[in-house]
Design a protein around this ligand. Structure first.
Ligand SMILES: Cc1cc2nc3c(=O)[nH]c(=O)nc-3n(C[C@H](O)[C@H](O)[C@H](O)COP(=O)(O)OP(=O)(O)OC[C@H]3O[C@@H](n4cnc5c(N)ncnc54)[C@H](O)[C@@H]3O)c2cc1C
Length: 493
């Protein structure tokens, strides 16, 4: 495989940024093309984000939804995987610059697919994130797992001491879209079913699970009828749904919200989960600055109808990063966009005419509420209950990457949905505190790991000093022996 730092190669070089839905499906779609593909991503795994909430609530393990990209692509000879956070794209020089722990890599491209997705948005209130983690990565899901199960543990301790534990047994999920609905439903199932026999001093069934949103309905994209149905199902599960409430403050012990009539209320809660907004990758800004392409409020970049950047037919942007025809931020938009881009690259090399503009085929949307309950929207069809739930199960199984993950997820679901048990309840201090600890590090992870060259210099210095110390010690030992001073107290020598 070619050296990524090399400038020009004979074979057409495609760089793909991101190993999510767009990045992975785009790379796979190029497997038969006469190109060399370099996928650059800041994690070593592909992530199936729709199932993150199941990692957070102990149903699935992180490995089941996040297989190593390197393993997934091991059979694709024309693809290589590079770990690194892309910090710059130079459209003039056609290079992508990435960094990992102080190591810089510059990858040259002939064609580029940018699929860097989106991060959580706190709508300008980034300080909320300290106490209300979002759910975008494996780290987020494991931190939330630690916080959710940890809150029950702390409540048990508090109850044994006779303390007030209401704030520990109150869970607030902000954002009533599919992720918020799924999360609230699962915490309610944990409290009311899974954990009910495990504690002695607390009754987990008394836990309050609150789902709140500024919008007037649950699941807005699903329409009023399905939204109302989902709300009723959640309430049957014991979830309190508060709508029309805008979060105005979040701190360690609570959350403050303001209603349309000006009323302000505070809920005492330790565990807050943010499932409310997204902000496209800042690489959109990098591309916008060089092309003048517009960015919308969520940082998504305006692209041509064929998903290329204005003035740069060799650069495709796909998935959550784009603003085109009001396309939703869902997996299928990223997958279909990436396949379209790959087909266009391959077609151009074969001298074929350009494809018609990209057209998204909506395969439907679904959200699970609890076991045996879901809502689904497929074309004009609106489904609820067990049929929607079975559809949800089948679709998620089909799109989960890797046969071994599909088999093991199916087994975990059987355990959870039939017996109410959860296989992945392990939590660690690292999961809960690592994010805050890392944020306190002045320069992030590079403070913990030396830069290339610095390690060798530091080690040489340490070895030289140590050798000098040992030599001095040996000389002193020899002097004591030679002068007969051994055994004589130091002050009398
Ligand atoms: C909790 C949750 C639940 C969801 N549920 C559903 C659902 O049920 N159905 C549905 O259709 N959609 C769902 N979505 C949305 C769906 O996951 C996204 O629309 C989809 O992942 C977008 O694909 P993408 O390739 O654009 O971005 P992503 O899949 O997010 O991939 C982005 C990739 O880029 C990498 N990256 C980012 N920045 C850089 C950088 N600077 N350098 C290098 N690499 C970088 C990331 O590590 C990642 O590999 C959900 C999303 C979340 C967060």
């Amino acid at each position: 495989m070619s050296n990524p730092q090399a400038q020009q190669q004979d074979t057409h070089q495609v760089v793909v940024i991101g190993s999510g839905f767009g990045g992975l499906f785009g790379t796979k779609a190029l497997r038969k093309a006469p190109v060399e593909v370099t996928m650059v991503a800041k994690t070593t795994h592909h992530l199936f984000q729709p199932l993150l909430y199941q990692v957070a609530t102990g149903i699935l393990s992180e490995g089941e939804i996040a297989p190593p990209t390197r393993e997934v692509l091991s059979g694709q000879d024309n693809a290589q995987v590079l770990l690194g956070e892309v910090t710059d794209i130079d459209l003039e020089a056609r290079t992508v610059t990435s960094h990992v722990l102080g190591r810089e890599t510059v990858s040259h491209y002939d064609s580029l697919i940018v699929a860097a997705g989106a991060a959580q948005s706190y709508f300008g209130n980034d300080h909320f994130s300290e106490y209300a983690p979002g759910m975008k990565s494996i780290d987020d899901a494991l931190e939330l797992r630690g916080r959710i199960f940890g809150a029950f543990e702390m409540a048990e301790l508090g109850a044994n001491r006779g303390d007030d534990i209401d704030h520990l047994l109150t869970f607030v999920v902000v954002g009533a879209g599919p992720t918020g609905v799924e999360m609230a439903g699962q915490i309610a199932e944990l409290a009311h079913r899974t954990l009910k026999r495990d504690f002695r001093a607390i009754n987990t069934r008394e836990a309050r699970v609150i789902l709140l949103d500024a919008a007037p309905q649950v699941l807005p994209p699903f329409g009023q009828k399905l939204g109302e149905k989902a709300k009723n199902e959640l309430e049957k599960l014991g979830v309190e749904v508060i709508l029309g409430a805008m979060v105005t403050d979040v701190d360690e012990r609570g959350i403050e919200m303001k209603f349309k009539d000006g009323r302000v209320e505070r809920i005492k809660t330790v565990t807050k989960i943010w499932a409310a907004g997204v902000q496209a990758s800042s690489l959109g800004q990098t591309l916008a600055e060089q092309t003048g392409a517009p960015l919308d409020r969520a940082g998504r970049i305006g692209v041509n109808p064929d998903l290329t950047l204005p003035g740069h037919p060799e650069v495709f942007v796909v998935g959550d990063m784009i603003a085109l025809d009001n396309l939703p931020g869902v997996a299928q938009v990223a997958i279909q966009g990436a396949k379209y881009a790959a087909k266009e690259i391959e077609g151009r090399l074969a001298g074929k005419a350009p494809q018609p503009p990209f057209k998204y085929f909506d395969k439907g949307s679904m959200a699970i509420i609890s076991r045996f309950r879901a809502v689904a929207m497929v074309g004009k069809l609106r489904l609820t209950g067990i049929i929607a739930w079975l559809m949800w199960l089948a679709v998620h199984l089909v799109y989960l990457t890797g046969f071994k993950n599909q088999v093991s997820a199916l087994m975990r679901w059987a355990i959870t949905f039939i017996s109410n048990d959860r296989s992945e309840r392990t939590t660690t201090e690292q999961q809960i505190f690592a994010r805050a600890a890392l944020a306190r590090l002045r320069r992030g992870a590079t403070d913990l790991v030396s830069e290339p060259g610095a390690y060798d210099a530091a080690r040489e210095l340490m070895e030289t000093t140590r050798r000098a110390e040992l030599e001095a010690h040996a000389l002193e030992e020899a002097r004591l022996t030679d002068t007969g001073a051994r055994g004589v107290p130091a002050e009398q020598r």
